[in-house]
Design a protein around this ligand. Structure first.
Ligand SMILES: Nc1ncnc2c1ncn2[C@@H]1O[C@H](COP(=O)(O)OP(=O)(O)O)[C@@H](O)[C@H]1O
Ligand SMILES: [Mg+2]
Length: 284
């Protein structure tokens, strides 16, 4: 069920006046602002998998050793990297304790190492109970010395596997679509992280950044969405924006990260710039 905010509530969240919200709705720029905590928001693809895979490729190009962890039972990242998701070893074996993580890592021709997903991760999701929030953290800890970066692709939603992914991270990157009204989805996730993770579990070392994807520079729509988001989250929004391009679906279909398919494409360059930001972030 969709629960929409009224124009005044939306105006407050977006930090603009009510007339502006009404004007945007009339112009079709926003279709109404969904109340935060609406589960539907969590299902909207925002470029999580695309960003994880292409950031991994960019880091590898820069000589870094990278492990990608595919926590989503849909196994999109696993497939993107041309691995079969129904083969062993995979994360299911690791969560079940039948294989240590170090023996479950699969190598790809792209030099990205992967802890692959499996459809049975759905069973793990079911089996995880309160108290199991740090399973993935424990799984990944012994692997840390072997890698420069461990990138975790999370499933949509706030269920236990997603929580495990967030809890294991030192830095949480929230990809947000500059195509749709992204503010409410981001607000909900940030609220979740701050309320549950930071307050309840005292994961205070973590930082959050927002990476805008699917950005169309030639429309007023994408810049307007980012301008609004910037009013709320300010410097937590990264200056690099991932351009909208159908090349990303082609890259997925061809099971090849964009850097290997089109090394000079704007999309490749954008993930390069993001990878540079990551390298720099770590040094500060
Ligand atoms: N920058 C982009 N421009 C255009 N399409 C994109 C872009 N990033 C991702 N996509 C496409 O959007 C869809 C969802 O992306 P995906 O990364 O799988 O999202 P999520 O993991 O958040 O569900 C895919 O078809 C993907 O190819
Ligand atoms: Mg995904």
């Amino acid at each position: 069920m969709k629960v929409f905010l009224n124009a005044s509530e939306a105006a407050r969240i977006l930090d603009v006046d009510r007339a502006t919200v009404t004007r945007w709705i009339k112009k079709g720029m926003i279709k109404g602002v969904v109340r935060p905590d609406n589960t539907q928001q969590w299902r909207i693809p925002t470029g999580k998998t695309t960003s994880t895979v292409n950031t991994a490729a960019a880091l590898v190009k820069k000589g870094k050793k990278v492990l990608l962890v595919d926590l989503d039972q849909q196994a999109s990242a696993t497939r993107y990297l041309d691995l079969e998701p129904d083969q062993s070893p995979n994360l299911y074996d690791v969560f079940m304790g039948t294989k240590p993580a170090s023996l479950a890592i699969r190598h790809t021709k792209f030099n990205i190492d992967v802890l692959a997903s499996h459809v049975l991760l759905a069973a793990i999701e079911e089996a995880l109970e309160p108290g199991d929030e740090f399973k993935l953290t424990e799984i990944l800890n012994p692997l840390k010395p072997s890698y420069d970066y461990i990138l975790i692709d999370t499933p949509p939603g706030k269920a236990m596997l997603a929580f495990n992914g967030l809890a294991a991270a030192d830095l949480i990157i929230i990809p947000a679509s500059a195509e749709r009204m992204a503010v409410d989805g981001v607000a909900d996730l940030i609220n979740h992280v701050q309320r549950i993770m930071w307050n309840k579990y005292a994961l205070t070392h973590q930082e959050l950044r927002i990476l805008f994807t699917m950005y169309r520079a030639t429309t007023s729509h994408s810049p307007a969405i980012i301008a609004n988001a910037r009013k709320i989250w300010r410097e937590n929004i990264l200056t690099v924006k991932i351009p909208h391009s159908t090349i990303f679906s082609k890259s997925y279909d061809q099971k090849t990260p964009l850097a290997m398919l089109e090394p000079k494409h704007q999309g490749t360059i954008a993930y390069d710039v993001f990878a540079d930001w990551l390298l720099n972030y770590e040094n500060t």
